[in-house]
Design a binder for this molecule. Structure first.
Ligand SMILES: [Cu+2]
Length: 344
């Protein structure tokens, strides 16, 4: 919270404007605000003045009946009409600008789910933080896999609902390199308030380097490390604790190798196939005592990542003491009861 305030240039007013449309929105906002202030002061002031000036001064004062003045009537009708039309045209221009991405905008897919954000780029690169090049129009296609969320970046002055079952669009062009907060602005359940991530605006070269690295981000990492990163970055950690406590989903430290019981009374040993199934078709085997609320990762997770999750689950499971996928040569568990699978 303090960090957010500090970033907003220590003001409770609008945070600094960092996108091309922000100027137009701020202009209109300030116009409406100051018009309201001026009219409030004027009307309230006149009211007080009239109450005093025309108060009943003696018991013999008779109330004066209504009279008509065309000039006054036009006076309080036409100026407000003109003002409202100005606000309408101004707002409508902003509305059009907000909705029409310029041709050639770079597209990013935004997937929201309880309670995290995922961003997918042109070649399937994927991340939980939104990276974009500066001074480049970015068009966003927003989808949700569960409930209504809302994509909100205060510095860019853009907010768009993310609705399950349809694709909403918006766009922006960031004007300054930096990191900005990205909020969910639609109350979407228990951990709504933690559905926060960042927009990293960087130079074109940095962005290209980032995409390059993200494309095969798992290269050079051990599968366990890959799995842990997926757990962290793909939102698994919101529901699955790796410590000894169930959350919205089952804790992960006793899954692999155990016999899992399901809501329909069936059971299954948690092996590689089961984990893969659970990730791609969460509704197929719903673990007893839990709701069928896990979003599918179908189309959002690559095979090396699934392998990573499997190995990570093995590495933290109390019910697994077999061999992990490791770089050659592997470490053989010591006969004298040393830590199984430990690296030399
Ligand atoms: Cu949300």
């Amino acid at each position: 919270m303090l960090a957010i305030l500090a970033q907003a240039d220590k003001t409770f007013f609008l945070p600094p404007a960092r996108s091309t449309v922000a100027g137009l929105h701020d202009g209109l906002y300030n116009f409406v605000l100051w018009m309201s202030v001026i009219w409030l002061v004027l009307i309230a002031g006149l009211m007080v003045y009239f109450v005093i000036k025309y108060r009943r001064k003696s018991p013999n004062d008779k109330p004066v009946g209504p009279t008509h003045s065309t000039a006054i009537e036009l006076g309080w009708t036409l100026p407000p009409l003109i003002l409202v039309m100005v606000i309408f045209v101004w707002g409508f221009r902003g509305f059009l600008q907000m909705n029409q991405a310029p041709n050639g905008a770079y597209q990013v897919i935004v997937s929201a789910s309880k309670w995290n954000w995922a961003f997918t780029y042109g070649r399937g690169e994927k991340d939980s933080v939104l990276h974009v090049p500066v001074d480049t129009p970015i068009s966003l296609v927003l989808t949700s896999s569960d409930v209504i969320h809302s994509f909100y970046v205060p510095e860019f002055r853009i907010k768009r609902d993310v609705v399950p079952g349809r694709y909403n669009k918006t766009w922006f062009q960031a004007t300054e390199i930096g990191e900005y907060n990205l909020f969910c602005a639609e109350y979407c359940g228990q951990q709504h308030s933690q559905m926060i991530t960042k927009v990293v605006v960087e130079s074109r070269d940095d962005f290209l380097a980032y995409l390059e690295e993200r494309g095969k981000w798992w290269e050079g990492k051990s599968p366990v490390e890959v799995g842990q990163t997926v757990w962290n970055d793909n939102g698994c950690k919101q529901c699955h604790s790796v410590e000894d406590a169930d959350g919205t989903g089952p804790k992960w430290n006793d899954v692999f190798g155990a016999e899992r019981k399901f809501a329909d009374g069936t059971t299954r040993i948690a092996d590689e196939d089961y984990i893969r199934d659970s990730i791609l078709n969460p509704g197929k085997n719903v673990v007893q005592g839990f709701d069928n609320v896990m979003p599918t990762s179908q189309g959002q997770i690559k095979d090396p990542e699934i392998t990573g999750v499997i190995e990570y689950l093995k590495s933290i499971s109390k019910n697994f003491d077999g061999q992990l996928l490791e770089p050659f040569p592997v470490t053989v568990p010591a006969e004298d009861g040393g830590t199984p699978g430990a690296q030399e």
